[in-house]
Design a protein around this ligand. Structure first.
Ligand SMILES: Cc1cc2nc3c(=O)[nH]c(=O)nc-3n(C[C@H](O)[C@H](O)[C@H](O)COP(=O)(O)OP(=O)(O)OC[C@H]3O[C@@H](n4cnc5c(N)ncnc54)[C@H](O)[C@@H]3O)c2cc1C
Length: 408
């Protein structure tokens, strides 16, 4: 039997988060500026914490809500509707995935010194893995770390480190063991910022138009020069040569969170589209009464439905501790395209209004293009997914286990 019932307690949490996002975060968007952002965020966080909404998937012992994967997925699918949603509950990327890494791999000292202030919302953290030299194939990273007495000394460069300009801590990957097997050559270091050895060369101008508020939100992507960066030995995270494994663990959650927020964005975009087509008339009829328009809405609804089911199935597997790499890879690619299709359709139905900044659609449209690149580009995930399809066929004579696992 497949049970689609969501526990009452989980439904109640989702409803509470939904109300907070709809009644508090979305209205706050209209008046939030770069100048008042800090005080807006303080107020939102106070309100959220007052309602017990804080760090959804972090264990209660560490001050979070202790939600399991299903409840967290449902909550994240609400938070993503507002750019202030995840921030208000201190579960924004890239901090969230790095919190998980510190929780799982940090020493007691690292947890106390670095994780605790992150969980309190006092500090922010960024993740510096990608280099100009290597992205999709991160094993090509050139930054080195050499042990010198009680310190590691790092040299190299990083590129597209999101939120570096607002971060108090950076997690940096560097090559420590050039002669080890490929995936054991790298280690991860915790770097306190500002630091003369970790210099932001520039915040890279991207497709997303520059905005001072965007910078405050942590939306910058920085190019970093790493020059004689001295890192105390105790700031090595998770053991020498473990950087790659930990990076993959961290990225796995990041991919899912992006997907959950994509569902939220798509849902709000379709709501906006529906709200528009029931009001707008052309050629003597409401847009909502045109068959062609209904087909467009129907296609979006189908995409969002598939997206939700994928995430719920992945959450189900995660709760049971099952291997979800194949499903995660499939969903990562699907969800990035799904949100593009839905936002594009909503924008189209809004006409010139959709192209303006009077709705969030134009901002989303530009922002979500990155979803097909971040945390591994489409092609790399599809390459791995395809390889698993072949593996399944060779092993079982059918590809079914690579297409939703135990669903058959
Ligand atoms: C908005 C944004 C935020 C980011 N934030 C961070 C961050 O916070 N920290 C961080 O470390 N990195 C970050 N990144 C970097 C991101 O992880 C990399 O861009 C991504 O891994 C791809 O690497 P690359 O850009 O070097 O592309 P490349 O590795 O050069 O690949 C280029 C293209 O080649 C194709 N390709 C690559 N490999 C294959 C293959 N095996 N088969 C077929 N085609 C292939 C794909 O189309 C790919 O897009 C961010 C990127 C963006 C755009």
């Amino acid at each position: 039997m497949i049970d689609f019932e969501i526990p009452a307690e989980t439904k109640a949490i989702r409803a509470k988060v939904r109300e907070f996002v709809q009644q508090v975060c979305i209205p706050a968007e209209a008046t939030c500026t770069a100048e008042n952002f800090d005080s807006v965020l303080v107020q939102l966080r106070e309100q959220a914490r007052g309602q017990g909404l804080w760090c959804p998937f972090i264990p209660e012992a560490h001050g979070g809500m202790g939600l399991k994967p299903l409840a967290n997925a449902l909550v994240q699918m609400e938070l993503g509707e507002s750019f202030l949603g995840a921030l208000s509950l201190n579960t924004q990327g890239p901090d969230d995935a790095t919190m998980l890494t510190l929780l799982e791999h940090g020493t007691e000292l690292q947890k106390e010194k670095f994780l605790a202030p992150l969980l309190e919302g006092e500090k922010r953290i960024c993740y510096s893995m990608t280099e100009k030299a290597a992205g999709a194939d991160a094993t090509g990273m050139q930054t080195t770390a050499v042990l010198d007495g009680d310190n590691w000394v790092l040299n190299g460069e990083k590129w597209f480190s999101s939120s570096a300009s607002v971060a108090d801590i950076a997690v940096v990957m560097a090559k420590t063991d050039p002669d080890a097997p490929r995936h054991e050559q790298y280690s991860t270091f915790i770097v306190e910022l500002p630091n003369p050895g970790y210099q932001i060369v520039r915040n890279i101008e991207t497709m997303q138009p520059h905005s001072d508020l965007g910078l405050k939100l942590g939306g910058s992507h920085s190019e970093i020069k790493i020059e004689n960066l001295v890192v105390p030995r105790e700031n090595l995270l998770g053991g020498q040569g473990q950087g790659f494994n930990m990076g993959q663990h961290r990225l796995a959650y990041g991919r899912l969170r992006h997907g959950m927020h994509n569902v939220a964005i798509a849902q709000r975009a379709l709501d906006l589209a529906a709200g528009h087509v029931v009001e707008r008339e052309t050629f003597g009829k409401r847009l909502a009464d045109r068959q062609g328009v209904r087909w467009m809405l129907a296609d979006c609804a189908a995409e969002i439905y598939k997206a939700r089911l994928m995430l719920l199935h992945i959450a189900y597997k995660a709760e049971r501790g099952e291997d979800l790499r194949q499903e995660n890879g499939i969903a990562k690619v699907f969800l990035a395209h799904m949100v593009h299709q839905v936002v594009d359709t909503a924008l189209q139905l809004h006409g010139a209004l959709g192209y303006s900044h009077d709705t969030p659609l134009a901002r989303w449209y530009v922002g979500i293009r990155s979803q097909r690149l971040v945390d591994g580009p489409d092609e790399v995930h599809r390459w791995r997914t395809g390889a698993n399809v072949i593996k399944a066929f060779e092993k079982y004579g059918t590809t079914a286990s690579a297409c939703g696992g135990e669903l058959l």
